[in-house]
Design a protein around this ligand. Sequence first.
Ligand code: AR6
Length: 176
Amino acid sequence: MDISDILSVTMGDIVEQEVDAIVNAANNSLLGGGGVDGAIHYAAGPQLLEECRTLGGCPTGEARITKGYLLPATWVIHTVGPIWKGGNFMEEKLLTDAYRNSLYLAEEHGIRSIAFPGISIGAYGFPVDRASGLAVGTVIEHLRSGSELEDVRLICFNENAYDSYSKALYEILEHI
Ligand code: AR6
């Protein structure tokens, strides 16, 4: 298996991705918000919020799945990244958990293609260079442990994020 055939870093809007599942960087309520969460709810339509109301929220680092409604994606995997509080509050473990639990949930639902935003790097303030290394490292570890995923996209919304996630991917691929 060649990781670089499966994992990619691209600039784009996650709501436009034609994949089995997109991941939402949500909050503990799962009842919507700003940033990518707001964009996903807007594009999916009000039925997404109706289904989210039935879920009873989501602890930080865990993930929940709903349908994609008006999105091109069939599913939305909602995960909650940590709020950055300086680095001593399990932020790195919780961000790793958010990626890992989203990937597990995807495998459980037979999902083959998935797109992630930069979880926690917006309103939640996680330093981009640390977040990108953790994101890429966690996805690669998952892909190497018997995954059925064929297409994993890390979608960046600005050039700064794009540079950081591409660099992390390049550096990790060079060392495996
Ligand atoms: N497609 C891809 N990436 C996007 C899009 C988009 N359409 N829109 C924004 N981003 P954030 P967080 C990028 O703040 O840090 C919400 O209010 C954005 O540029 O959306 O995990 C939730 O309800 C940034 O790089 O998520 C929570 O309360 C990245 O997505 C809180 O924000 C994540 O930024 C979660 O904060």
